[in-house]
Design a protein. Structure first.
Length: 107
């Protein structure tokens, strides 16, 4: 009833709008770093459907933001966060986190 497709990411699932591909076919997606947030604990009671666990793999400090790569089942998902959030949450390489993905584009 929701017209959604679950893509397999190892033991986790990434939900996208329904696509006509057959089961087992690869689907290429694009996730913009501005559509990703990071939490230290698994969120509950949220409208965001894509919440995946992973580990911080890379941290790049920019002029006005911090870009973090989170490794999720062998795939890097980038998030752009404020320096304020980084200073408060103190993300570090190897740390277990959850990514919340607000939007996914199918390529």
């Amino acid at each position: 009833p929701y017209k959604m497709t679950a893509l397999s990411l190892g033991e986790q699932a990434l939900w996208i709008h329904q696509v006509p591909e057959n089961v087992g076919e690869r689907v290429r997606v694009c996730i913009y770093s501005s559509d990703v947030s990071i939490t230290l604990q698994k969120p509950e009671q949220t409208s965001i459907r894509n919440i995946l666990r992973g580990q911080v793999a890379q941290i790049e400090i920019q002029d006005s933001r911090v870009d973090l790569a989170v490794l999720v089942e062998g795939h890097k998902i980038w998030a752009s966060i404020s320096k304020w959030a980084q200073n408060e949450l103190r993300f570090s390489i190897g740390q277990d986190v959850y990514v919340q993905i607000k939007a996914v584009s199918v390529m």
